[in-house]
Design a protein around this ligand. Structure first.
Ligand code: ADP
Length: 263
């Protein structure tokens, strides 16, 4: 209803729009084999943490790995990797910053003069920044690019799905959320965009007492297995609440975490 047939400026996600191909060519000096979007229902469940740990895991296995931080208003990737210098640029390209172990990263925080400045931009500006991260960043050869999506299923998430050739999405949940609803929303969005769900990661799944080894379900009992089965997807990992995880991000040393949760 009220369709102007100008899909480019419309935020609706109707079928005719979703079937149109708005995919952008990636930067001319880049070759990116797999693009994986990491999504969550809301902020604070550990989407950026999981994105970082997924990248660390792939990088350790010898794959050329990158993170495109599309969480423009809540960019936390550079800090987790201890990156405190800005991204460089040539006349027509931005250069990603390399983490200590060689993961290529682009984030709005690498471009802001002062990273504590809030990004108070409107939706279209945010969306166009994400598109530029795809078209104007000289990523080079990449085996796996992880896209830290903005939380939820709003404007920018839609832009990412429509503009980037996402090969699959990983859904991050925590036990206290309405997991079924969040997974269902993600499945529906992925279906609309013709993108497969690669699996679900349950973060803050449990706390294991360092003294006695007993597991405590701080945020309630997990239902992620039955929900994954219902939506015919799989549980990729269940991450504990672990101060090593939070402290390593606070100290910019997420690459030093000795455990690989995604074997
Ligand atoms: P989101 O990207 O979903 O907003 P973050 O990944 O930024 O969430 O995580 C929110 C906060 O929770 C961060 O301070 C992070 O260090 C912490 N956190 C995330 N996952 C864990 C975990 N498994 N154990 C301990 N702290 C965690």
């Amino acid at each position: 209803m009220g369709c102007t047939h100008d899909c480019g400026s419309c935020s609706s996600s109707c079928t005719s729009k979703n079937n149109k191909n708005f995919k952008l060519e990636c930067n001319k000096n880049s070759k990116i084999k797999k693009v994986i979007g990491v999504v969550s229902g809301k902020g604070g469940v550990g989407k950026s943490t999981v994105t970082s740990l997924l990248a660390v895991s792939k990088n350790r296995k010898g794959y050329k790995t990158a993170i495109l931080d599309a969480d423009i208003t809540g960019p936390s990737i550079p800090k987790a990797f201890g990156i405190d210098h800005k991204a460089a640029a040539t006349e027509d390209e931005l250069l990603p910053v390399c983490s200590p172990t060689g993961i290529k990263i682009m984030s709005v925080n690498l471009l802001l003069e002062d990273e504590t400045d809030p990004v108070v931009w409107r939706g279209p500006v945010i969306s166009s920044t994400v598109r530029q991260f795809w078209t104007d960043v000289r990523w080079g050869e990449i085996d796996y690019m992880f896209v830290d999506m903005p939380p939820g299923t709003g404007d920018v998430a839609l832009t990412v799905f429509q503009s980037l050739p996402i090969d699959g999405i990983i859904v991050v949940t925590s036990p206290q959320e309405l997991v079924a609803m969040i997974v269902e929303k993600a499945v529906k969005m992925a279906d609309m965009m013709n993108v497969p769900i690669l699996g679900v990661v349950e973060n803050m799944s449990y706390f294991q007492c360092p003294e006695c080894g007993k597991r405590h379900n701080i945020f309630g009992n997990s239902r992620v297995d039955e929900i994954a089965e219902k939506f015919k997807t799989k549980v990729l990992a269940k991450l504990p609440i672990d101060t090593n995880i939070s402290a390593s991000q606070d100290n910019g040393a997420i690459e030093n975490i000795d455990k690989d949760y995604f074997v």
